[in-house]
Design a protein around this ligand. Structure first.
Ligand code: AMP
Length: 472
């Protein structure tokens, strides 16, 4: 199977504002942490949908002139995460197509578990695919549906797919926002004056002076057109399985996700971690930026002072030229630099949100020691990541996850830390919203709410993991 059948993404849509494309551009800026590989906007002026997409960051893809070429009062937008093998401009969304009933444009966050089978079936019937993205499957299913209205065609299409989707779909005159029945990925509904807004995270609403109305509920389809807003529940009800990793790492701390403040949750995770894994130390240092709220919580609960012991460079792009002479840990040094005055001679607690392969943590531990830390105690505000994600978070194959191959003592030795403490799964479940249940925690528990895709006897391989706390 194509390795690019998965995405981590952000979506945005606006209905009823003469500055629709400009607002979408701003919204995508706020969602940039959800995807840095490519960005796109499609805008409708009521008769024609125009689309601009490109590889790169939002600010690089669009100029003022480009936005001026996207007139209309309705627009949708998308940011896409970098995934191995998939960085073709063709895979950048929104996808806009014309079928027998006019134009339709779609932006998708999530990952469809049965996309491979559906694609094979559609191809056997003569469908021609443009991209290697699972989202295109949805468009083919819409176009092939025998239903007579667009909304019914969309319902028909989505009834056939399985997996995670928070979708924003647009025709010439209608905006539809829909979340899969388990609600894996976030999606919220907001207002800005008379205009309706839908987006992955509330931080995008805040940027455009919008107000949060509510979440799009799992399994809900919100239809917005000239007659107003309508809500449908077209799918059989399922237990909610919101992604716990949005709270731990993925979402922006100034967002409210699944009805909870991401920042408060992360601080609470850090506090609990300090209770579960106390240690005698002199300073608590976050791995910036993802470890900051957790480190604050750890410091609050332990009474050990919080210090900025690692500085993150704001200016490192994703590509840089490697010096021909090998410099040890070059990549991490370019991103993070230690503050010797804070670290020298100190017993340091270093807090991060997760360990995936262990490569970053190992380098960080070495960096802290080289900067003179007397002891390095690593604390992680999540349980060990033991399984890959099939619902839209970019994780490597299980074999590459360090916690799949080693136990905590072995990981600690491999990383070269004096001690290592992960938050327990039971602990994670007690924290605020997480305590109410309804989360997917498959990457920690192995309990997959929807069976991972199979190819023959084998579990489908996940693509190469690219990330190591790029922006977040
Ligand atoms: P690793 O070096 O492979 O152990 O990566 C760990 C780092 O990657 C941590 O600092 C996390 O904040 C970050 N991280 C965890 N999950 C992801 C993800 N899905 N995408 C990008 N970065 C991640």
């Amino acid at each position: 199977m194509s390795t690019s059948f998965r995405d981590e993404c952000g979506v945005f849509g606006v209905f009823g504002d003469s500055e629709a494309a400009n607002l979408t551009y701003l919204g995508l800026h706020a969602l940039q942490h959800r995807g840095q590989e490519g960005a796109g906007i499609a805008a409708s002026d009521g008769s024609l949908i125009r689309t601009r997409r490109g590889l790169g960051l939002v600010g690089d893809v669009f100029s003022a002139d480009h936005l001026a070429e996207l007139p209309g009062t309705m627009a949708i937008g998308h940011v896409r995460y970098s995934t191995a093998g998939g960085s073709s401009p063709l895979n950048v969304q929104p996808f806009t197509v014309r079928y027998r009933d006019g134009q339709v444009s779609v932006a998708h966050n999530g990952n469809l578990v049965n996309a491979v089978e559906l694609k094979a079936e559609l191809e056997a019937r003569g469908s021609i695919f443009n991209t290697t993205s699972d989202t295109e499957v949805i468009l083919h299913l819409i176009a092939g549906s025998p239903q007579s209205t667009f909304v019914n065609r969309l319902v028909d299409a989505l009834a056939r797919v399985s997996g995670a989707y928070s979708l924003v779909v647009m025709t010439g005159d209608t905006l539809v926002a829909v979340r899969d029945p388990m609600g894996f990925r976030p999606l919220v509904l907001g207002k800005r004056g008379d205009a309706w807004v839908v987006c992955s995270e509330t931080c995008a609403l805040s940027l455009i002076d919008g107000e949060l109305v509510r979440e799009v509920e799992p399994g809900e389809m919100v239809i917005i057109d000239a007659d107003g807003l309508q809500s449908l529940r077209p799918f059989p009800e399922q237990p909610r399985r919101a992604c716990i990793f949005e709270h731990i790492y993925f979402a922006r701390p100034d967002s409210e996700v699944f009805g909870e403040s991401v920042y408060s949750q992360r601080v609470a995770l850090g506090r609990l971690l300090a209770e579960e894994h106390p240690v005698d130390a002199d300073v608590v240092v976050p791995v910036p930026d993802s470890g900051i709220p957790g480190a604050l919580g750890f410091a609050q609960r332990s009474g050990i002072q919080f210090q900025v012991g690692l500085l993150r460079s704001r200016y490192v792009g994703r590509t840089f030229i490697e010096p021909s002479q090998q410099i040890r840990d070059f990549g991490v040094k370019l991103k993070l630099s230690p503050l010797h005055g804070v670290l020298r001679g100190k017993r340091v607690v270093v807090v991060d949100d997760s360990i995936v392969r262990g490569t970053t943590s190992r380098k960080i531990v070495r960096m802290l020691r080289q900067a003179g830390a007397a002891e390095v105690h690593l604390r992680i505000t999540a349980p060990p990541t033991t399984g890959g994600c099939y619902y839209g978070v970019d994780t490597p194959n299980r074999e590459e996850l360090i916690a799949h191959r080693m136990d905590v003592a072995q990981i600690c030795a491999h990383l070269g830390a004096d001690s290592l403490g992960y938050l327990s799964l039971e602990g994670l479940r007690t924290v605020q919203g997480a305590g109410r249940g309804g989360y997917c925690e498959a990457c920690f528990s192995g309990d997959y709410p929807i069976a991972p895709p199979q190819v023959g006897e084998d579990e489908v391989q996940l693509p190469l993991f690219q990330g190591n706390s790029q922006e977040n």
